[in-house]
Design a protein. Structure first.
Length: 350
């Protein structure tokens, strides 16, 4: 028996002894019942995502820390795979939310009517260029397309200045890139067709293929190969450089085409599936990802650019206002995705 328990027991004995010599106590009054806190949201939510687990898991953990009674089941796949799956399931949706890494795929799916409108204040706060007009999908983060390089392998005077420089024969066998399965790469090529023209884009793809890049299904492998010195250059989204830099890899970053058409910016996105069985929880999850807390996770853990105003960038990430940005709005260009795929495949892009 610890000291506190002994003290309480001795005190109780003294009260009982005194009570034997005193007048009967008044009838006890009813004690107020303790107030119970209302239960928080609960249930299950199924999320399809093309994001790498390492980039998405911190957001899921932050959400579950705030809403521990909501169980998230996450199914991963490429943008194309998940888009096809959602279309196949449209008469009996299995997903509640799609989170992907390509604006064009989201707008293409929206045209098929697979998302439901969302008038959330958090969605409305996202710039119009990065969300559907009725909020049926919204950007979560922004990510410019950049070139990262191994500082042990590339001299400062040799650095490429444009994406188009990746077709220069001097880089043969030294480049890493995602292949045509990657939505961010294909969106970049769609933008390039608009900015530089079809002939120039065709010439670029043929030159890039002739340089025999090491092709990957995603950018994680690209950035690791560049960081390890296996490749000199990598064509990636900006945050892959920051992730490698944080690990101590000898890497640098180029924000290309500042003297020409500017930096191409894509987005990661979320949409709530039409006829979702858990639409309210889905809205809660999307709102959380757009909240300052959710955006802070994306910014600090992944080095991504927030879309919610007022959320600080991670240390070392320059503001987009520092750069000349390409004058394209990807959400209006989704119909150019298939023609660009055909052009790329005809030019030899795997």
């Amino acid at each position: 028996m610890n000291r506190n328990i002994k003290f309480l027991a001795g005190g109780l004995a003294a009260v009982i002894t005194l009570a034997a010599c005193a007048a009967p106590p008044p009838a006890p009054t009813a004690s107020p019942q303790p107030q119970t806190q209302p239960a928080g949201p609960s249930g299950e939510l199924t999320v399809y995502t093309s994001r790498a687990e390492a980039l998405f898991k911190p957001v899921v953990e932050a959400f579950n820390a705030q809403y521990p009674d909501v169980k998230l089941t996450v199914l991963s796949g490429s943008n194309g795979e998940l888009a096809a799956k959602i279309l196949e399931e449209r008469n009996n949706p299995q997903a509640d939310v799609l989170i992907n890494s390509d604006t064009l795929t989201m707008e293409s799916l929206a045209a098929e009517g697979v998302f439901q409108a969302n008038d959330s204040a958090a969605v409305k706060a996202v710039p119009e260029a990065y969300r559907a007009d009725d909020g049926n999908w919204t950007a979560l983060t922004l990510r410019p397309r950049v070139i990262m390089y191994n500082t042990d392998l590339v001299k400062p005077e040799d650095l490429p200045k444009s994406v188009l420089d990746l077709a220069d024969p001097k880089w043969k066998g030294q480049i890493g890139s995602a292949d045509s399965r990657n939505g961010a790469l294909m969106a970049n090529l769609v933008a390039l067709r608009e900015l530089a023209g079809e002939d120039k884009t065709n010439e670029f793809i043929k030159g890039l293929v002739a340089n025999e890049p090491q092709w990957f299904s995603g950018h994680t492998e690209v950035r690791k190969a560049v960081g390890a010195g296996e490749l000199a250059l990598g064509f990636v989204n900006h945050y892959y450089y920051h992730l490698s830099k944080a690990e101590g890899a000898p890497v640098g970053i180029i924000y290309p085409d500042q003297d020409t058409f500017g930096l191409v910016v894509n987005s990661t996105n979320a949409g709530i599936i039409k006829d979702s069985k858990n639409a309210e929880l889905a809205r809660l999850f999307v709102d959380f990802m757009l909240s300052p807390e959710g955006q802070k996770v994306y910014a600090e853990k992944n080095f991504e650019y927030p879309v919610t105003p007022g959320v600080a960038l991670a240390e070392g990430v320059p503001p987009l206002s520092d750069f000349k940005l390409a004058s394209v709005t990807l959400k209006t260009m989704w119909e150019q995705l298939e023609p660009t795929k055909q052009l790329a495949q005809a030019a030899g892009l795997p």
